[in-house]
Design a protein around this ligand. Structure first.
Ligand SMILES: C[S@@+](CC[C@H](N)C(=O)[O-])C[C@H]1O[C@@H](n2cnc3c(N)ncnc32)[C@H](O)[C@@H]1O
Length: 530
């Protein structure tokens, strides 16, 4: 029996915030909240140090999959370099206008989906401003290529700067608290375009006196340094958002949280895009809660370069420090002389030479970087739909590159999704050896992900799902040819189904995934003749 945190009576209702205390009634819960539970309820604490600025730690032991918080964006808009999107509903316009012949807002001329989007928040306010100052969007309307347009860098900062008028206290707090690395960004020359285009645009619309360059550029830098992507491919939405709690999480190349944006209710109001952060692995009380600002499935050189360019810091997390990346050898090459593993001598030094662990032969950084670029461009030139072509790529490069180099891992992931799922390779068409190849690939990937993308991370969960589907099909086949007893087959299939159900429940928290996951479930039920 559990007792009420206030009156000690028998209690059945659990606090949904922290899951740590129980109440017998709503009244007791409300009184506990007022007397102090609101301060201890959160599963995280915000701390600060010289290296990270603000960061989050777990305020109690957390299980994998616990929700840390949910929040809405304080401001949102097109990414700095965006392909054409509707400024009303933020859906991409490419599918609607393959030749870029967009519907134009009748007032300000920005591309929109249709007249209905002209009056949507937040476009309506910026549209009125632009119209009052005779500003017309000059984006070309008849070019035939799908490209990102620099003109979109005007909108998100404008919306952010409008907070100075509409929510001045929040705006001041953001300016005071958020890191921007604006001086480094300006010194690197990367803000010249913003100085030339964004500053006069904002000043024309909002006035030079209240919006001097020394405010406009830092505002853009705050967005660059702190925004999260709002990407919902099935809805066709792609933009950025400033989420004030989420951004406090600092980076680690093996994060212990993941996040997703869900769309709630109505079709039109941005307030319905909600960010959720949750743990992916158990986290001990006091341990730092971390997210990733980059792609964890890229090599150390690529991750560190990306972080330096976009977030202006040198990552020195445990994974970046370790030349073997926890024995996964995700960035390693094979030695030309002895086939030993070639790793960076000092992975935290971007100019470090590389060396074979076995024969100590040296390789210059330039040599390794050019090999990596060459490999990536070869991979990018592929039509990634043909398993044979991908298998050939793996075989061709297996001599010079470590088998779990992250480029190889990327290909293995594609293969593991293809086998069993795409035309010509559905389970009913798969030979025994290809089915076993899929199982082998899945097991190999899970071993790698356990070290660098563990727990409830999406990619690992996807592969767990695929592995257990393949094991069901394999068990069925073995049972049909009498190479496994009925009881054993039933036990294996039961275990697989439990894992598939767990994976399904993890992945559908991101509601966009629900339809896709339902199809995947239905498919395995049909194809394995369960
Ligand atoms: C989105 S902010 C994170 C919150 C920020 N610390 C604050 O106080 O608002 C990103 C900035 O935090 C710092 N940061 C985050 N993770 C870091 C890490 N692993 N190592 C060093 N600095 C980090 C960098 O200055 C980076 O530009």
């Amino acid at each position: 029996m559990t007792n009420c945190n206030v009156c000690n009576n028998e209690a059945k209702q659990k606090c949904s915030g922290c899951s740590q205390v129980f109440y017998c009634s709503k009244d007791c819960q409300v009184s506990d909240w007022k007397r102090g539970h609101k301060n201890s309820c959160k599963p995280y604490e915000v701390k600060r140090n010289d290296k990270l600025g603000r960061y989050m730690t777990a305020s109690r032991d957390l299980k994998a999959g616990e929700v840390l918080f949910r929040e809405f964006a304080v401001v949102h808009g097109p990414k700095m370099l965006s392909h054409p999107i509707c400024l009303g509903c933020h859906k991409t316009l490419i599918a609607k206008a393959p030749k870029m012949k967009f519907y134009r807002c009748s007032q300000c001329s920005w591309p929109l989906c249709s007249k209905a989007c002209e009056t949507l928040d937040p476009h309506i306010e910026e549209c009125k401003l632009m119209t009052s100052k005779n500003y017309k969007c000059a984006i070309k309307s008849n070019c035939t290529t799908i490209h990102s347009d620099a003109i979109y860098c005007l909108i998100f900062p404008l919306r952010f700067l409008l907070l100075k008028r509409n929510q001045p206290k929040i705006f001041e707090k953001i300016l005071l608290e958020l890191e921007s690395h604006v001086d480094t960004r300006i010194a690197s020359g990367s803000y010249e375009t913003l100085r030339l285009h964004l500053v006069p645009f904002v000043q024309k619309l909002l006035g030079e006196k209240d919006f001097p360059e020394r405010l406009v550029l830092p505002a853009a830098a705050i967005l660059d340094n702190n925004c999260f992507e709002i990407s919902m491919p099935l809805r066709g939405v792609e933009m950025g958002g400033l989420f004030l709690q989420s951004l406090i999480l600092c980076h680690d190349c093996v994060p212990n949280t993941k996040h997703y944006v869900n769309y709630l209710d109505s079709d039109i109001d941005i307030q319905h895009y909600q960010m959720t952060f949750q743990t992916t692995v158990p986290v001990r009380k006091g341990e730092q809660l971390t997210t990733t600002y980059t792609n964890t499935l890229k090599t150390t050189l690529e991750r560190r370069r990306h972080l330096k360019q976009t977030k202006i810091f040198e990552c020195d997390c445990k994974r970046c420090q370790d030349p073997s990346e926890f024995l996964t050898y995700g960035s390693s090459w094979n030695c030309q002389k002895c086939f030993g593993r070639v790793v960076a001598k000092n992975p935290l030094n971007n100019f470090s030479d590389w060396q074979c662990e076995n024969c100590k032969l040296h390789y210059s950084r330039e040599e390794i970087t050019s090999k990596l670029n060459c490999l990536q461009s070869q991979l990018n030139s592929f039509v990634r739909k043909n398993p044979n072509q991908l298998e050939e790529f793996l075989a061709e490069h297996s001599k010079c590159i470590h088998s779990d180099h992250l480029t190889m891992v990327e290909i293995k992931y594609m293969l593991c999704l293809m086998y069993g799922n795409v035309g010509g390779y559905h389970y009913k068409d798969l030979s025994e050896s290809l089915l076993h190849r899929k199982i082998e690939l899945c097991k190999n990937l899970i071993k790698v992900y356990n070290e660098i993308d563990p727990g409830e991370a999406n990619q690992r969960t996807n592969v767990m799902f695929e592995l257990n589907c393949a094991l069901i099909v394999d068990t069925k086949a073995k049972f049909n040819c009498n190479s496994i007893e009925r009881k054993k087959a039933v036990d294996i299939i039961d275990d697989c189904l439990k894992i598939i159900k767990t994976c399904y429940n993890i992945l559908i928290k991101e509601t966009e995934n629900k339809g896709i996951m339902d199809n995947r479930l239905e498919k395995i039920i049909n194809e394995s003749f369960l």
